[in-house]
Design a protein around this ligand. Sequence first.
Ligand code: PAF
Length: 282
Amino acid sequence: MKIVHSVAELRQTLASAQRPAFVPTMGNLHEGHLSLIRQARPLGDVSVASIFVNRLQFLPHEDFDSYPRTWEADCAKLEAAGCDVLFAPREVDLYPEPQTFKVQPDPALADLLEGEFRPGFFTGVCTVVMKLFSAVFAGHAEGVSVFGKKDYQQLMVIQRMVQQFALPITVLGAETTRSEAGLALSSRNGYLSEAERAEALQLSLALRGLGREALAAAHALPQQREALEAAALGALKARGWAPDYLTVRRRSDLQAPQAGDPLVVLGAARLGSTRLIDNLEI
Ligand code: PAF
């Protein structure tokens, strides 16, 4: 695996590639990330991963400084997963000057759910992903990038961004990798104590329960949705969680569903000091 830090080095390395296959990450890699790399590899003629903890997508009180940075282990895992090129820019490589131009995603999609509780998050994500796409794909007629469905809204925002800017990139969503018990893998799971890790499963169980009830009430869902959501939220609160949202939405645009819409159940909740998110297509 070739490791490069600057955009110029990356472009030189990829100069003869026809179709890069790219997985952006913030490092602290786990099996979920590696499965994205394995899925991306056969889709292009060179596989590229990036590791960059993007300051722009963290709010001032969030965990930018303490976000786990595990460089040696990450390199070994990427190498073993068959990644060809690792792009690991320093902050000065990606943001050589203050980033005053930003990519502002459609508020109808980006200001709800995660965007409501983490204002500016998707602006930070879109801005860095646009810069990473420009670094990886500039000069290539086509490319592919794989994102995890664990960050369901992020995947949708990036797909809309690529469509609206007509970037020649196919953005694919990969299924969430879970522990045997069903916990969605996340770098932030590392913050959990042993007892919290066992409790963390309750988020996916709550989503599954809410999903079941939403399907059972499918004909009356528009009227009953809020009551079902409030009950699920209350049950998680009673276990000591601080939930931000547990909600049933339509898959197409994450708005409130009408009868017959394909559905996704999404949730975000804090357990102790760790904020977890998960979702389930139903
Ligand atoms: O999902 C992530 O890890 C990040 O949001 C991403 C896409 C790498 C952008 O910093």
